[in-house]
Design a protein around this ligand. Sequence first.
Ligand code: ADP
Ligand code: MG
Length: 464
Amino acid sequence: METVIKDNWTQIIGFLRDNYDVLPVLYRTWFEPLEVISESETDVVVAVDESKQGDITSLLDRRYRIPLQTSIVAITDREVTVNFVTRNLSSEKTDGVSSYYNNSEEQKQKALEEKYPWLRLGHSFDNFVVSSSNSLAHAAAVAVAENPNGQVYNPLFLYSGPGLGKTHLMHSISRHIIEHHPEYKIRYTTSENFTNDVIESMRESKQNSTALPNLREKYRNVDVLLIDDIQFIIGKQSTLQEFFHTFEALFQTGKQLVISSDKPPSELEGLEDRYKTRFSSGLPVDIQPPDYETAMAILQIKQEQSDVKLEDDILSYIAENARHSIRELEGAYNKVILYSKLSRPGEQISKEMAENALKDFISDNQETMLTADYIIDVVCNHFNVDKERLLSERRTEDITVPRQICMYLCSQYTSLTQKVIAEKLNRRNHTTVNHGVNKIKDDMLVDNELQQTITILKKKLNVN
Ligand code: ADP
Ligand code: MG
């Protein structure tokens, strides 16, 4: 097959852009993703990637067929007819191109989907933005994905507040192992699915003696087991038991385990100490909320995949105001995009429109934007105590109670771990925080005055 047009494609669409006044945004979204899939003396077939671009074939045909043909003549001296097809249909519409699809990314994805229905294809190391807030977790995940032999970090224990990338990393590990170490048997599960499986097999086991062995086969006959959001099975005794047995069976035979949780092992209440120790024995590693640069980088990646382009100051506004978690960031971004799609065609979204779009969003999430420092300031101010004294070693009652109130409020209205709260309050040990939080909770039940104080402080902090 000749490839003159394909070989010169970048120059051809460049010519089109420069001579037909194609807006940069349209150039990026309409023309850059196009692909020449076959060409002859008389015809060229150009494919639209429907998943990215939508079905714009007839639009391109109407508005750009002639300009594109002219550009082809200008660059290659060829007079051909341009045919636009969508990727999915193109193999039917054109001859001699079906082999092109045999090993296409799309087919590979399909095969993966069939074999690993639990795998989220959108989550891979390729689209995980690495920054100081998650670099350790990312490095550990890559190390395990490259050597999933239970020797590197076992278990790898990822923890963070919600929406910061644990699940994304777990799928990235899975994907990498599937693609690079196909000899490893791998299974990912959420603790909810695991719980359902356990309950179901217990119920079935009354009639069916193979139910429990089947469950064990499913989770123990693997080389790598990833379990997401382990905190949800704590407190469910029989599920927890089954999980521990699974964990032990795999751990003892050197199989790789990856666990995620909203807290570090030491803070998982209701977990026996020997399992806290076990879970901590490999590498417990946390992920922090993204900084501004990371948030911008994530938004820019989303922009590349989107047909609506936002100005940098709008992106920056979103990044500044919704980076408590990446899920929140994505939600805010999607909302602005939706607003701009609803606005008049051709109208650029302004900063005011973005602010308006995010108004509810941001105030809804105000409690989650509280920082420990702010809480400490408000509490000190309320009790009229010196911040320095509050953070000091002293234990007189006039500062012990405000300090414990800080612990309580931080634990309720930020996603900080007890360890971090301890650090913020200058305490050596997170158990002090645990004790303080429980003390306030207990006292509030019997102490009306304390209850009132907390209510007032919540008002001052603007949380419900
Ligand atoms: P968690 O499991 O910690 O609650 P997720 O892994 O579900 O969080 O992440 C929430 C969303 O943010 C997902 O859409 C995920 O793809 C995205 N995300 C998280 N971290 C990153 C990152 N570092 N780079 C790109 N996207 C990210
Ligand atoms: Mg998750």
